[in-house]
Design a protein around this ligand. Structure first.
Ligand code: NAP
Length: 404
């Protein structure tokens, strides 16, 4: 064991993470399949750290509450203490959460992202050899989606049909803007700001530069929603020019991919769904508003084996929360059946974020080996005729056996 007491991860003045060898990381176990996949992921991450660094490094896990468990124990699905603990510790990881119905909160997940200003949802979509896929050439899919996390119709500003609020908005629009909306309609609002769009796009471009990736594609529906989605694209180009100057070239100016520069291009969202099926190799980093980014990242996850495979992170300027892309899959809750790869690979992203790259790579290799040995959970087994179907905990053991 490292001989000092567990310490918090901190951020220095330059914005770089300072990660102690014996560091505290808060975790939210999650609801539904959360406890199964979290136990599997934690065992694998602990063993990977031990195998990569021996006694030199260790994670001291601290449980924090959210979702149903928090509601049962505290009466609040997202206690203030949970938010404060994540803020203080800078890095956290979570399983999927259920939002208890009628508890004054629309979605625990959305609230968590908004309250901690975790503005970038980062979802790498990469194919692992041997995973069944509906694609002919799934190995050509290798993208990282940066989805804006705080705005758009997804922000939850909406009112029920025939409600006082909806009628007031309809009245206002009719009287002041000359807009006709059917009486009794439900109303939703789609706010999109320069600040939120530009910080997301600049993070995506910085990621491409840091990882030597050739292009960033701004995905939007600006041909129809000109002042929201269209502005997302325009603000994206603006920040690319102003912040990244000589490091970027633009397809719209006739630019092409070239070494040590990032090509900035844009695509209309509906067409992009075709592009990622027909020409996935042409795309590397994608920056998208909230709703389009959500649809696109789930569709891309299907191309590489489904939601059980796709990791994710919610990242802000002050802290980051790593999480599986899938939900609580209630029908598999407590059955030790779900695929834990999504949360395990979210843990890999967390280890990379902490600079513990050796442990991260060893987990990735061990997951690849388990799949190559046809040892998989039910979701992959049902598409792999010669595989051996394992429980969630057995899959974790298969990965543990292949570490190091
Ligand atoms: P879901 O929980 O992701 O499950 C949908 C289906 O996806 C499952 O029935 C299963 O398909 C497959 N799946 C998901 N995770 C899997 C895993 N780890 N291993 C294998 N298969 C997996 O989506 P949902 O049913 O729409 O949502 C259920 C609840 O989760 C809702 O309360 C929702 O709000 C919440 N949710 C939470 C988050 C989050 O915490 N970030 C995200 C999304 C949804 P098969 O039945 O075909 O095997």
């Amino acid at each position: 064991m490292p001989d000092n007491d567990p310490q918090k991860i901190t951020v220095d003045r330059q914005g770089d993470l300072r990660v102690p060898d014996n560091c505290i990381v808060p975790f939210i176990e999650g609801d539904g399949i959360g406890p199964d996949v979290w136990t599997a992921a934690r065992d694998v991450l602990d063993a990977a750290v031990a195998s990569a660094y021996g006694n030199q490094r260790k994670i001291a896990w601290v449980e924090i509450l959210a979702g149903e468990k928090a509601y049962r124990e505290t009466g609040d699905p997202l206690p203030e203490e949970t938010l404060q603990t994540i803020s203080k510790h800078v890095v956290a990881i979570k399983g999927p959460l259920t939002t208890p119905v009628g508890k004054g909160i629309r979605s625990v997940n959305v609230a968590l992202r908004q309250k901690l200003d975790l503005y970038a949802c980062v979802r790498p979509i990469r194919y692992i050899e041997g995973v069944p896929s509906p694609m002919k050439y799934p190995e050509r899919v290798n993208m990282v989606v940066f989805r804006e996390n705080t705005e758009d119709v997804y922000a939850g500003i909406e009112w029920d049909a025939q409600s006082r609020e909806a009628e007031a908005v309809i009245g206002f629009l009719q009287d002041n803007m000359g807009v006709t909306i059917a009486k009794g309609s439900a109303i939703g609002v789609k706010p999109m700001s320069r600040r939120a769009s530009q910080r997301l796009v600049s993070r995506a471009i910085q990621y491409a530069l840091d990882h030597g990736l050739p292009s960033v594609t701004l995905v939007h529906k600006g041909n129809i929603m000109k002042y929201t989605e269209g502005a997302f694209m325009a603000w994206g180009y603006e920040v690319a020019r102003e912040m990244f100057g000589e490091h970027v070239v633009f397809e719209s100016d006739g630019g092409v991919e070239q070494e040590s520069k990032v090509l900035i291009k844009d695509r209309i969202a509906d067409m992009m769904f075709q592009q990622v099926l027909l020409r996935p190799e042409a795309y590397d980093v994608i920056a998208a508003p909230n709703l389009n980014g959500d649809y696109l990242s789930d569709a891309l996850a299907a191309q590489v084996g489904g939601l059980g495979m796709a990791p994710g992170a919610n990242i802000g300027d002050d802290c980051a929360v790593f999480e599986a892309t899938h939900g609580t899959a209630p029908k598999y809750a407590g059955k030790d059946k779900a695929n834990p790869i999504s949360l395990i690979l979210s843990g890999v992203m967390m280890l990379e974020h902490m600079g513990w790259g050796e442990a991260a790579s060893s987990v990735e290799r061990a997951v690849q080996k388990s799949i190559a040995n046809a040892l998989v959970t039910y979701d992959l087994a049902r598409q792999m005729p010669n595989s051996r179907e394992l429980k969630c905990s057995e899959f974790a053991q298969a990965v543990l056996d292949r570490l190091g």
